[in-house]
Write a protein that binds this ligand. Structure first.
Ligand code: ATP
Length: 317
């Protein structure tokens, strides 16, 4: 049976209920909302009805419980989430501006997320039908977590499984040279790369997405799917290029759209759909994620996603 797992940060988000209240100002906050790119992704996978697990670490506190309980109740196997006594669960504070911009304040650097250990990789999770989805944010946590991600990718490939990567490039944290060093060991294991605008170019020091995709294909990547927000997405394979337009939605909160998009893509790959269908489904997952306040609140069941696609008059072949 297909099984999808991920490794990385589980955190809570605390947000301003009103727009345009900078974080430095005294004012109301709402939350906690379960969050963390890997956590959002895996929650979306579980809600689609696929076997799902996460390797993570939270503090022995209510914020840790908040994320663990949500994932668990949505069907994610949280047996490999360690509870660390001497660190706290990571927190992100966010303010939305009326312009659509977001302002984040992360308390992640010394949080429990950095305490993931190699012995948390469960052998039963590693088989030919396994998909390991990795996030740039996970390889950015610290050296130890990075090495666990590389090792997990190696083990999954050794079993004949599949690796997907959302680069989630963090230029504010690392120089270009450092990033090349971080992504380098991973790229040769990757089957599918799912960058946001500009990330593929950035990772490969390329001027254009065409050139970036060509470089990734040389490393063995099978396809590059670039997320383009309200413009949908564009697929590059060694043989063809395909654009797919976004669904028309009223955006409430864009956080998590990329992670839900990736979950839709992985779902379509597991169902062995044709590319146009996969891209439509992934676009629908991304669009739906933007319609709810809170990073993980926009994950939906398979029937809800299919219903949404039908309602928009799009054929899911
Ligand atoms: P984040 O890091 O905030 O999760 P991202 O940069 O990884 O975002 P986006 O390109 O913003 O990812 O969004 C991912 C996908 O979600 C898009 O490719 C698209 O399918 C869908 N999406 C995002 N924003 C919109 C929007 N405004 N309208 C319709 N669909 C959207």
């Amino acid at each position: 049976r297909p099984f999808v797992f991920t490794i990385g940060e589980m955190l809570v988000e605390i947000m301003r209920p009103e727009v345009d209240v900078p974080l430095r100002r005294t004012g109301a906050f709402v939350g906690p909302y379960p969050s963390g790119a890997p956590a959002i992704f895996i929650d979306a996978i579980a809600k689609l009805g696929i076997g799902a697990g996460i390797v993570g670490c939270v503090g022995d506190d209510d914020f840790g419980l908040c994320v663990r309980e949500r994932l668990s109740s949505d069907g994610v196997d949280v047996s490999q989430v360690r509870v660390c006594k001497d660190k706290t669960t990571a927190v992100a504070f966010v303010n939305y501006f009326a312009s659509g911009d977001r302002e984040f304040l992360f308390h992640v650097a010394d949080a429990a997320a950095g305490q993931i250990r190699a012995d948390q990789l469960k052998r039963e999770w590693l088989h030919a039908e396994t998909v390991l989805h990795l996030n740039g944010s996970s390889i950015a946590i610290n050296e130890a977590v990075r090495q666990i991600c590389y090792e997990a990718a190696r083990l999954v490939k050794e079993c004949g499984g599949t690796i997907t990567l959302d680069p989630n490039v963090r230029p504010e944290l690392f120089t270009r040279g450092e990033m090349e060093r971080l992504y380098g060991p991973l790229l040769s294991y990757c089957d599918y790369v799912i960058p946001s605008r500009g990330e593929a170019e950035w990772m490969t020091s390329s001027e254009t997405l065409d050139d970036a995709a060509a470089q990734l294909f040389e490393l063995g990547v099978k396809a590059v799917v670039c997320k383009r927000g309200a413009d949908g997405c564009v697929l590059y394979t060694p043989d063809f290029r395909l654009e797919s337009s976004a669904f028309d939605v009223q955006v409430v909160d864009p956080t998590g759209a990329g992670d839900c998009f990736s979950a839709g893509l992985v779902y379509g790959l597991l169902r062995k759909w044709e590319w146009p269908t996969i891209l439509t489904f992934a676009n629908a997952m991304g669009a739906l994620a933007t319609c709810k306040q809170g990073p993980m609140e926009g994950t939906l069941s398979l029937s809800e996603v299919v219903e949404f696609i039908k309602k928009h008059g799009v054929e899911l072949a």
